[in-house]
Ligand binder design. Structure first.
Ligand code: HEM
Length: 260
């Protein structure tokens, strides 16, 4: 009681938090766009935090595993449901103008999204569909990282070349992704499930729900947003140097599944 009283605003670093939105343009909706990306990254961080607690647990019980999976599912539900902020909550005309000032940055460059994948499942499940079967049994992490499915996203529709968005992302993060893949090789969620609870119906049910939310439902609602703002004839996209997103974002093309 003799020390300074802790205040709410100091505890959660409110001033710092509210100083982290710096729109690049004058369009009011850019603030909505920035904050919603930040909210998403905070939830991604919580998801990684729950996965880390499962992976590091010295005495893992089914109860703990299920409770943490429940939390992850809850966060993903919130992300899926709140995506209306992007789908309906931006003026299209504003979006199309301010996005030109933000290129080549893109949500595609979310490292936490990739880390969630790497910590959830064996790398072999994240290989591009064309090479997945061939690399299923491979022990060569570097080779697998080379063939990760998302490395064929964000490529130019006309030439098939990697965009700057993809090049810069790879340059900054591939080392981290390779290291994390090694670290989680034996303790990703899929491995933990197989080693500890392969027969548990409740665990299987939760894993299925998590898979569905992250690999189908979130991807679909995100893709619908892209379609709302960016939909054009592929020939026009080619002509303006656009990307292959129409062939990349629909979950039916990549067919990513964490747990099988
Ligand atoms: C108006 C809103 C949005 C639009 C129009 C949009 C558009 C796109 C497009 C076109 C791509 C494919 C990459 C490319 O071809 O450039 C992409 C990928 C991606 N975006 Fe968004 N996005 C939006 C909001 C968000 C938000 C809020 C997040 C949250 C962090 C996000 C995260 C991602 C991720 C993680 C990918 C990679 C998905 C994958 O590999 O399957 N996006 N986005």
């Amino acid at each position: 009681m003799y020390s300074d009283y802790l205040t709410y605003w100091d505890y959660i670093h409110l001033d710092t938090l509210l100083s982290l939105q710096n729109p690049k343009t004058q369009f009011p909706d850019e603030k909505v766009f920035i904050i919603y990306h930040q909210i998403t990254e905070l939830y991604f961080n919580l998801i990684l935090w729950e996965i880390e607690q499962i992976a590091d647990h010295k005495n893992l019980t089914e109860k703990f595993f299920i409770e943490r999976l429940d939390r992850i599912i809850r966060y993903f539900h919130l992300l899926e449901n709140s995506f209306t902020v992007m789908v309906d909550g931006l003026e299209k005309e504003q979006f199309l103008k301010f996005r030109m000032s933000l290129l080549p940055s893109s949500g595609f460059q979310s490292a936490q999204y990739r880390l969630i994948e790497i910590c959830s499942t064996d790398l072999s499940n994240l290989i591009h569909i064309d090479f997945r079967e061939g690399l299923q049994e491979s022990d060569d992490i570097e080779k697998q990282v080379e063939c990760l499915y998302w490395r064929s996203g964000a490529t130019e529709l006309a030439s098939g070349k990697k965009t700057l968005t993809l090049q810069q992302f790879e340059q900054k993060y591939i080392k981290l992704f390779t290291e994390t893949s090694l670290k989680y090789r034996e303790r990703n969620l899929q491995k933990i499930y197989q080693q500890h609870f392969p027969q548990s119906k409740p665990v299987i049910e939760k894993l299925r729900e998590f898979d569905q939310l992250s690999n189908v439902l979130w991807r679909l609602v995100h893709m619908r947003t892209a379609a709302r703002y960016l939909h054009r004839d592929p020939e026009d996209i080619k002509a303006t140097g656009g990307t292959n997103w129409q062939k990349y974002l629909p979950p039916r093309f990549q067919r990513i599944m964490f747990f099988s």
